[in-house]
Design a protein around this ligand. Structure first.
Ligand code: AMP
Ligand code: GLY
Length: 424
C-alpha cells in the first residue's frame, strides 16, 4: 500500500525507518520529512494544517494509510476531516479523532477525564478570568513547589513549576491576565506537585482494545544531571529498569485499562497511540499528562525494539483487529543520545554543514532537524540527530551510542553526556 507519514522529527524518521521495512509497503511519502526520512521514502512539501491539500495529495497518490506523527494536526481534527468526506473516509488514519486528541489538547479536559474514571493523578483545580481570585486562594493552600499548566497546546512550554508563592502568583497572572500563552492559557490548571521519577508508557489502541509498546524514559532538561531549561528531549532509554512487572501491572490496571475503557464508554473511537507521561511516587504510578501521539525522543528508543511488520500493526489499529496481533519486542536495551545545536533551547544557528560517517553495527541514526541543500546535509533545527544503539545491557547501549556520537560532526554539535545516569 501507499502510505503518507506526517511530521519531520526524529520520531518520524524512526517511524519511517520501520515502515520502509514493511512487506506491505509500496511507496512511502513523508510530509515534510527531513534528510533522514529522504532515505526511507519520498519527502513531500505539505503544510500539516492544510487538511484540504493533504486530502488532495492522498487522493492523487492513491494513499491508503496516513500516519500522524505530531499532535497539532490531531488536535486540529485531521482524522475527523478525513471521516467527514466520502472520498477520504476509507483512508486508514493512524491517530485519534479530535475528541480523543483533546486528552493532549486540553489539560483541563484530561484532568476531568481522569477524575471521571478514577485514574490516579495530582489533585487539581482549573481557573480562568472569572474565578481568578479563587485560583490565588487555591495557590495559597498548596505547599511549594507550585505547578501551573496552560490548558491548551503551548509548544511544550505551557507547564511552569515555581518554587515560591510570589513567583507562582505572578506566573498565574501572566498566564490568565496577560495571555502569556495566548488563548492556550485562558484556562490554567493548578495542581499538586508530585515528587518521583518519570517514565513514558505507550499504548496503541484500535478503539476496542489496546497493546502496550515498550516503556521508555526521556531526558527533558538541557543540562547534565537534569538541570537547566526544558527541551524537546535530549535522549531516551528503553526499557526502564524501575518499570518492572509489579509497577507495570499497577500501570495497566489503574491507568491504561481505565483510560481505554473510559474512551470507549464515552463514545470516543480512539485509533492511534496513547502516551501516558507517568511519575513513580514511591512505587505508585500517577499520570502527569496524556499525549495523543508517540513521544520524541522516546520513539527513537521504542521503535527499534519492535520486531513486527509495523504496517501490519497499523492496519490492525485501523481495522480494529489489534486483538489478533502479538507484539514481538527485542529484549535488548536501546539508548538514544540527541545531538543538538549549541545554544538550544534558546537561539541557535541553522544551516551548518554536517558530516555523517557510516553508523557502526547496532547503531542507528535518526535525523531530526536536518535537511538537504545542494546535495549536502545541513542542520535545520535545535534537535539535530538521535544516535540510537542496541546493547544487551544499558551500559553497553550507552557505550555504543557515546562512541558513535563521534561519527556525526558539525560545528555547533552539543549533547548531554549523562543519558541514563539515574537508572544505573
Ligand atoms: P508536561 O508538559 O505536562 O509534560 O509537563 C512538563 C514536566 O513538568 C513534566 O515532565 C514533569 O517533569 C513536570 N510536571 C508536570 N506536572 C507535574 C506535577 N504535578 N508534579 C511534578 N512535576 C510535574
Ligand atoms: N518526550 C516527551 C514528548 O514527546 O512529549
Amino acid at each position: 500500500m501507499n502510505v503518507l507519514l506526517l511530521g519531520s522529527g526524529g520520531r518520524e524518521h524512526a517511524i519511517a525507518w520501520k515502515i520502509a521495512q514493511s512487506k506491505k509497503l509500496s511507496t512511502l511519502f513523508i510530509a515534510p520529512g527531513n534528510a533522514g526520512t529522504h532515505e526511507c521514502g519520498q519527502n513531500v512539501s505539505l503544510n500539516l494544517s492544510d487538511f484540504s491539500s493533504i486530502g488532495s495529495f492522498v487522493l492523487s497518490h492513491s494513499i491508503e494509510m496516513v500516519i500522524v506523527g505530531p499532535e497539532a494536526p490531531l488536535v486540529e481534527g485531521i482524522h475527523d476531516y478525513f471521516l467527514s468526506l466520502p472520498e477520504l473516509s476509507k483512508v486508514k488514519v493512524i491517530g485519534p479523532v479530535q475528541k480523543g486528541a483533546l486528552l493532549e489538547g486540553s489539560k483541563d479536559y484530561a484532568k476531568a477525564f481522569m477524575q471521571r474514571h478514577s485514574i490516579p493523578t495530582a489533585v487539581y483545580h482549573t481557573f480562568n478570568k472569572d474565578n481568578y481570585d479563587e485560583g490565588i486562594t487555591f495557590l495559597k493552600s498548596l505547599k511549594p513547589p507550585y505547578v501551573l499548566k496552560a490548558d491548551g497546546l503551548a509548544a511544550g512550554k505551557g507547564v511552569v513549576i515555581c518554587s515560591d508563592l510570589r513567583e507562582a502568583q505572578q506566573e498565574f497572572a501572566d498566564m490568565i491576565q496577560h495571555s502569556k500563552f495566548g488563548n492556550a492559557s485562558s484556562k490554567v490548571v493548578i495542581e499538586e506537585f508530585l515528587s518521583g521519577i518519570e517514565c513514558s508508557v505507550f499504548a496503541i489502541s484500535d478503539g476496542k482494545t489496546y497493546k502496550l509498546l515498550p516503556v521508555a524514559k526521556d531526558y527533558k532538561r538541557i543540562g547534565e544531571g537534569n538541570t537547566g531549561p526544558n527541551t524537546g528531549g535530549m535522549g531516551s532509554v528503553s526499557p526502564v529498569p524501575f518499570a518492572d512487572e509489579i509497577f507495570m501491572k499497577k500501570v495497566e490496571d489503574r491507568i491504561v485499562k481505565p483510560t481505554v475503557e473510559g474512551l470507549i464508554s464515552e463514545g470516543i473511537e480512539y485509533k492511534g497511540f496513547i502516551f501516558f507521561g507517568l511519575i513513580n511516587v514511591e512505587g505508585e504510578p500517577f499520570v502527569i499528562e496524556y499525549n495523543a501521539r508517540m513521544g520524541d525522543p522516546e520513539t527513537e528508543s521504542v521503535f527499534p525494539r519492535i520486531k513486527n511488520d509495523i504496517l501490519e500493526v497499523f492496519d490492525a489499529i485501523a481495522t480494529q483487529t489489534l486483538d489478533q496481533i502479538n507484539l514481538d519486542i527485542d529484549p535488548r536495551f536501546v539508548v538514544s543520545v540527541m545531538l543538538v545545536s549549541k545554544g538550544y533551547p534558546d537561539a541557535y544557528e541553522k544551516g551548518i554543514k554536517m558530516t555523517i560517517s557510516k553508523a557502526p553495527h547496532d547503531t542507528l541514526y535518526f535525523h531530526a532537524g536536518t535537511k538537504i541543500v545542494d546535495d549536502v546535509i545541513v542542520t535545520n533545527g535545535g534537535r539535530v540527530l538521535s544516535v540510537s544503539s542496541y546493547g544487551n545491557t544499558m551500559k553497553e547501549a550507552l557505550e555504543r551510542s557515546y562512541s558513535a556520537v563521534q561519527k556525526v560532526n558539525y560545528n555547533t554539535k552539543h549533547f548531554r553526556s549523562d543519558i541514563g545516569f539515574d537508572l544505573q
